[in-house]
Design a protein around this ligand. Structure first.
Ligand code: C2G
Length: 134
């Protein structure tokens, strides 16, 4: 069984996230999503989520490509996650290109960066909604 992992906030879940998850799943049979906790988002990513962790987790668990959702509590857990969950492939959108190459030195996992879906983002949705409601 080929196992994949990816990380993210996935707030205001949109088709860009789904595109990433669908393509990530193509690298194997079992996709683990490490979902950023509310504390991690706020303390380390300066992101205030619209949906809290439990709601974002519920949404991700409803996606056919996702097999397991685990919490992402910090930047440093990736290597131990990959070992603990016997991950073969680590996948991220290419806005992270190069940032996680160290994983290939520290684990047997392959690192893949996939092109982002260009025109959509959570911040874009929030900006558009503000405009619509003016
Ligand atoms: N993504 C994408 N296309 C978009 C928006 C997002 O492919 N239009 C991808 C991102 O590249 C990322 C994943 O979807 O791989 C989740 O995006 P975010 O929720 O914004 O995740 P991020 O804040 O980048 O957190 O430790 C890593 C971090 O947790 C990643």
């Amino acid at each position: 069984m080929k196992r994949i992992i990816t990380y993210g906030t996935f707030d205001l879940l949109h088709y860009g996230h789904i595109n990433l998850l669908r393509r990530a799943k193509q690298y194997g049979d079992y996709l683990v999503v490490a979902l950023s906790t509310d504390e991690f988002n706020w303390n380390q990513k300066q992101k205030k989520c619209y949906f809290d962790f439990e709601k974002r987790k519920q949404l991700l668990e409803a996606i056919r490509y996702v097999d397991l959702v685990i919490p992402e509590n910090g930047w440093e857990q990736k290597v131990s996650d990959i070992i603990e969950y016997h991950i073969d492939t680590f996948v991220m959108g290419d806005d992270w290109a190069g940032k996680f190459d160290f994983i290939e030195e520290k684990t047997d996992a392959t690192v893949i960066y996939l092109p982002r879906t260009p025109e959509i983002s959570t911040s874009q949705i929030k900006q558009d909604l503000e405009k619509f409601n003016k």
